[in-house]
Every structure is written in structure tokens, then in C-alpha cells.
Ligand binder design. Structure first.
Ligand SMILES: Cc1cc2nc3c(=O)[nH]c(=O)nc-3n(C[C@H](O)[C@H](O)[C@H](O)COP(=O)(O)O)c2cc1C
Length: 380
């Protein structure tokens, strides 16, 4: 098939991946209202066309935490990416490095952090607050030793939202031999994936938490581990502990409320990601696009403000920047591209985002990322 845009990357992933993986990437929680809102609210934002402004030299680069980025875009943390392509986190990290953007490794990756850092530039590292604080400290030390430039602390998963597609597909709630056979049946109907990832992409355990889980670190243990190990008692005081243990840039991911954003600033965060976890946690909450302006008003300029959720084009990147973000993170866009086309797919997807962003900048009449502001939007 011809892959021209992000929707095509999604379709390529749907064809290549067994349903239990495609649905895991594609789905949201409960009725998926917030998942749809993320996309629809961005689409509804009208860009303002401006003309005759000399847009012959467009610069899409920007600087975060003193580090130059070729695009105002990062590959955000996505769990299980090593199941979408063979050692998928490494492939995605290499594509990100080639495009000059950061790759953030999820705690719940297949490849462990040292494996990724040995094969690509050190990734940003995403951490969940786990009950075993000693193990968390070990992971932070591992991130420091690996030279990770930033730590991302995800705060919107003290408990996991229910994702019913995962039940129907057999990823969740299908333990033991029955579940394994169900997933095997799906894999056999997708032989390209089965050969490349199913057979040659092993081991399939959760690399970063394998030491905690021991032999129980396979796919079937994934949801049990989340349910058993996320710490629902976490408060701002715990962030102080993380802050004290990490002296590089610390980014809080999963904030939707201006008061929480102010609290994050007070607790010493250097960055925030306005995010509803891609509509995978509390269904019914605001889209990132609608939550962002109030947060930008509350804390903008005092920390580096990122946003994610529903970004399906470079035009969407421009929209979130115009609403006050300093940078935009991609989730499904890169997971689909990886699943459909591996490293080349992610590189291609980032090329699309860059090209679309350039056009959005040219036709809203700006030549630098810093110049993208509310003037790029039609006031509603
Ligand atoms: C398959 C999948 C796995 C994810 N895993 C994680 C994760 O391990 N940690 C995390 O902080 N966010 C995770 N997220 C959320 C993303 O980082 C991001 O917030 C979200 O995907 C953005 O929405 P979008 O996919 O519509 O762009 C995941 C999202 C998806 C789609």
C-alpha cells in the first residue's frame, strides 16, 4: 500500500500487527470519548492563513533545556514498542536521532534502558511511581548512568483505566494457555510479524522491570504488574524525593488542570506534558487542546510546556504550539509507523510531520517556531 500520511501509517500497522497489538495501540479507555475529543478538538481549530510575508527561509528547530531539536516534536513514551517491530524501541530511537528529535523510553518497554542506550543516543526516560521505591531509585540511577538527558515522570496512572478493546482482543484478561493460544492464532494470521517479531524479536519480557518480576515478565504479566505495582498513594511530597534524586531536567507528564500545573512548578518540575494519556485513562476529561490554554496562562514561560493527544499531522503540531505549547509529543503516530514500517516507517512519519509543519508555518506567515502563537489561529 502507498503510505502518504499518518492515517496510512495506521492502516499499515493494522495490516501487519496481530489484533491484540493493533487494538492496544489504537484504543482508548471506556467509551473512548476523550480519545475522539483529542482528535476532533484539534481538527476544529481553524488556522489563520496569512500571505505575502517572505516565508522562503523556514526554521523548524527549537531549544529545550538547552538542547537543540530539529523539530518541536518528541516521540513520547509508549509501552510494549518492542512488540510492534523487532527490538522496536531501538528502531524508534534511531529514527528519532536521525530526525534530530528526542525519543522517550517507557518504563514498560520491551528493550531495557541499557540495551537502547547501547544502540542509539541515550533516550529520555519515563518513570511511573511504583510501590517499590528502592527499585525506582535503581531505575533513576540506571537512567543517570546511561546518560539520559531528561526524566519524565508520568503522574496520570495511579490506577489504570479500563480499556475494553484489550479484553476483546485477548491482550488483557486472557491468562494462561488459553490466552497464549488466542494470541498465537492471531500471530499466525500475520506471518510477517510472527517471523520478524514473534520469533526473531525475543525476549518479549518487560526489560526494565524484568528484575522485579523475575520469570513472570512476559506479556501476560503486563496488566497484572500495572495493577499490582503502581502506587496510588503518590502525592506531591513523593515528587520532592524524585526531584532530590534527579538533577537533570524533570518533566511531569499527565497534567490537565491549571492548579496541578502550578503545584508541579512549585515542586520543582522543569517541564510539563499537558496530556490525558491519549484518552487511555479517565474517559470524559478534556482534550489536551482544550486543557492547554489555561495551563499555558498559569505556568507558561516558567517551565517548558509540552502537550500531546490526538496529534495526527504537522498541522496539529502547529495548532498546539499556537495554543501555548513549547513542544508537542507524539504517541500513536510513531507507534503505528513503527508497527507498519519499523525504523524506516518512523523516519518517514517524522518526515511527513516536518513537511506538514513547514507548510503550516509558511501559510500562517511565520518562519520560526518561537513565532508560532495565538496569531496563527482564527479567534473563536
Ligand atoms: C500504545 C500506547 C502505550 C502508551 N504507553 C505509555 C507509557 O508507557 N507511559 C506513558 O507515560 N504514556 C504512555 N502512553 C501515552 C502516550 O505517551 C501519549 O500520552 C499519548 O499516546 C498521546 O496521544 P496520541 O497517541 O493520540 O498522540 C501510551 C500511549 C499508547 C497509544
Amino acid at each position: 500500500m502507498i503510505v502518504a500520511n499518518i492515517a496510512d501509517h495506521r492502516e499499515a500497522a493494522r495490516r501487519r500487527l496481530p489484533p491484540f497489538l493493533f487494538e492496544y495501540i489504537d484504543g482508548g479507555s471506556y467509551a473512548e470519548t476523550t480519545l475522539r475529543r483529542n482528535v476532533a478538538d484539534l481538527e476544529a481549530i481553524a488556522l489563520k492563513q496569512r500571505v505575502m510575508r517572505d516565508v522562503s527561509a523556514i526554521d523548524t528547530s527549537t531549544i529545550w533545556f538547552g538542547m537543540k531539536q530539529a523539530l518541536p516534536v518528541a516521540l513520547g513514551p509508549v509501552g510494549l514498542a518492542g512488540m510492534y517491530a523487532r527490538r522496536g524501541e531501538i528502531q524508534a530511537a534511531r529514527a528519532a536521532a536521525a530526525a534530530g528529535v528526542p525519543f522517550c523510553l517507557s518504563t514498560l518497554s520491551i528493550c531495557a534502558l541499557p540495551e537502547v542506550a547501547a544502540a542509539a543516543p541515550p533516550p529520555w526516560f519515563q518513570l511511573y511511581m511504583m510501590k517499590d521505591r528502592g527499585f525506582m531509585r535503581d531505575l533513576m540511577a540506571c537512567a543517570r548512568d546511561a546518560g539520559c538527558p531528561a526524566l519524565v515522570f508520568t503522574v496520570d496512572l495511579p490506577v489504570a483505566g479500563a480499556r475494553y478493546r484489550d479484553r476483546r482482543s485477548g491482550l488483557a484478561g486472557a491468562p494462561g494457555l488459553g490466552g497464549q493460544l488466542r494470541r498465537l492464532g492471531q500471530a499466525l494470521r500475520h506471518p510477517g510479524w510472527a517471523l520478524d517479531v514473534g520469533l526473531q524479536g525475543r525476549p518479549h519480557h518487560l526489560g526494565n522491570v524484568a528484575a522485579l518480576l523475575g520469570r513472570q515478565s512476559g506479556l501476560e504479566d503486563f496488566f497484572a504488574w500495572i495493577a499490582g505495582n503502581m502506587d496510588a498513594s503518590v502525592t506531591w511530597r513523593d515528587l520532592e524525593t524524585v526531584r532530590a534524586a534527579w538533577d537533570g531536567p524533570l518533566i511531569l507528564k499527565g497534567v490537565l488542570d491549571a492548579d496541578d500545573a502550578r503545584a508541579a512548578l512549585a515542586a520543582g518540575a522543569d517541564g510539563l506534558v499537558v496530556s490525558n494519556h491519549g484518552g487511555r485513562q479517565l474517559d470524559g476529561v478534556l482534550s489536551a487542546a482544550r486543557a492547554l490554554p489555561a495551563i499555558a496562562d498559569a505556568v507558561g514561560g516558567r517551565l517548558t510546556l509540552f502537550a500531546d493527544g490526538g496529534v495526527r499531522s504537522g498541522l496539529d503540531v502547529a495548532r498546539l504550539l499556537a495554543l501555548g505549547a513549547d513542544g508537542v509529543w507524539l504517541g500513536r503516530a510513531w507507534a503505528w509507523a513503527l508497527g507498519g514500517g519499523g525504523q524506516a516507517g518512523v523516519s518517514h512519519m517524522l518526515g511527513i510531520i516536518a513537511a506538514e509543519l513547514r507548510v503550516a508555518m509558511a501559510l500562517t506567515g511565520v518562519t520560526s517556531v518561537a513565532a508560532i502563537d495565538a496569531d496563527a489561529l482564527v479567534a473563536n
